[in-house]
Design a protein around this ligand. Sequence first.
Ligand code: HEC
Length: 303
Amino acid sequence: MLKNLKLGIKLNLLLLSVFLVVVLISGFALSKILDQYAQQVVEDRALLLIETMSSVREYTFKEVGPELAPRLETEDQFLPETVPAYSARSVFDYLRERDHGNYENFFYKEATLNPTNKRDKADKFEQQIVEQFRKQKNLTEQTGFRSFPGGKLFYVARPLVVNNSSCLKCHGIPEDAPKSQILTYGDQDGFGWKLNEIIGAKVLSVPASTVFNEAQRLRFVVIGILGGFFLLAIVLINLFLNFSVIKHLRRMAKLSTQVSTGDMEVEFKHDANDEIGVLATSLNRMKVSLQMAMEMLDPDSKL
Ligand code: HEC
């Protein structure tokens, strides 16, 4: 079937097949690379933020806590600013309000099974994360995706461990806790924790959908540009083929037909010294040979 097609159509079919293969392969490779890149971007963001929150916790534990500790015993109102969990969450809340709500889909939670502040109660999903940390003591981090109404979130979770006996003053038995803490939070929640027990998980989530959508958009842009260049190449190749080859071949074919019907005045001419030029010279030589052969057959006839 291919044999019956014109040169131009054959060439265009070949170019289109190459184009399709290139678009398919590069589209596939691009989506792999861009997905990996997007995953890396969200992971890096989440890790940087969770490390920042851990630093805020450490600062509060080492520097703010000791400064305010004496006031906890004397004042009626508990000072939550002494609590690392409180300062980390507050810093994060301020972050979420910044930049016209650009960070409102970022979340940080000290998800705890038995929390002092009910706000920190682990939901079903977070409970599973905590249980996993409790089962596998050497597990230091869990990551993954979680869907929420605004899209997909990427989360990083790290275990919350009662790593210091000083924690038990406020989280051991209510009798040991500062009076102001009991007055503010009651004597039911956030107690009974044990040293080295995993009581919850710090869970930091960053929006993933936007990054993945951006990667998707980038893929279409790149394929679009690639397609544009291919189209331009196809048009240029077609123009070149028409002007440099097909047009001249048609002319040669027409002249050959004229010669075959006895018109020996025609001249096969081609300006360039390319293959068509060689063809023109050969055809001219053939025409002269033909003319001589005819004269030999019939010397009287003047073709
Ligand atoms: C001075 C008392 C006090 C000490 C000491 C203390 N905490 Fe707390 N902790 C609290 C209070 C009060 C809250 C609730 C703060 C709030 O409103 O968010 C809290 C909250 C938390 C939370 C968030 C979950 C929850 O219970 O609401 C974690 C996790 C936590 N503490 C862990 C620790 C660890 C680990 C230590 C030891 C390094 C420690 N705490 C030391 C009083 C204390």
